[in-house]
Design a binder for this molecule. Sequence first.
Ligand code: GLY
Length: 384
Amino acid sequence: MDSRNKPFDVAVIGGGVIGLSVAWRATQRGLRVIVLERSDPGGATSRVAAGMLAPVSEAVLTEQPLLALGLASTRRYAEFVAELEEASGLGCGHLRCGTLLVGRDGDEALALERELALRSSLGLEVRRLRASEARVLEPALAPTLRLALDIPDDHAIDPRRLTAALAAALRGAGGTVRGQAEVIAVTIGDGRVGGVQLADEQISCEHVVVAAGSWSGMLAGVPDDAQVPIHPVKGQILELRDPSGAGLLARVLRMRGGYVVPRGDGRYVLGATMEERGFDTTVTAGACFDLLRDAIELVPGLAELAIEQLSAGLRPATPDNLPAIGPGAAAGLHWATGHYRHGVLLAPVTAELVVGGILGDDQLDGIDASAFAPARFATVGAGA
Ligand code: GLY
């Protein structure tokens, strides 16, 4: 790559968990990287993520490639976080807490039996628990429980601390992060990327990585037939705080339609709605009610906690619910977007794949990324 006359090798559009992870890993490999974020780094969807690291629980059973990618990222996570914490000097709130999947009625218990069978067939650790056994592990659970699965390897992380650590590590490694820097267009000429266009500035570079989440499809300059169609799916989460500190719940709880994620310090995140409302991020009384109703039914003690914040974020969804990771139609154009409900989990493996693509590495050990090729949308983009 000959980019000696250009200030950067790589411009990453989007400073969320995906963009920052790609940028950090690229900088570590010796590339000169700038991250351009339209709001504040980590200030959009990543700020509203719950941070569950749960590849099987989150994957729909028919999405086998996604499951494989999630498992590959899970295998990388502990090392990724340890290296990041060391590099940044900041903690990421990585809780090796395990998850309890809970069923409250016959239908939910049946769904848990399927989850148990899938996990067992994959050789993943899972333990079937009667309600009374689950309540020994988590005494705050209501007695109305029907069945539970104990999943010791599904963990959680605090996405806000994770993005802060990524931004610090990236800067420490020599990368540049700019907030309030909205990219309007990708400059493409003669079939290759030349840089990015901001409102009042052009930045030249050899490679552009589109990691702009729900905003990824709005960039001018990308030909229609090279676009990745992304639409936002709104999620509202509610944060609670126990004034007496941690202890009410140790594990992540997942039930049909929602979850409760402990942060390990007396804070709990209740999530999340799934709403098709375009780019609307209004927080609503109805969402607050629904989230509290389901969680308090399961853990009555949550009713005593203080409300900290209700927030809304926009998950970036593709038509097939799989992310778009890898090279695009123009030379030097790369996509790292469409991670939908899985951005935090998939950040380490996405960064590896994208940086590998930029540097022309051989295929990463055992990862088949063909299902995530952005080119699968070529005709969709052209027709849109
Ligand atoms: N990954 C959690 C959510 O999308 O709600």
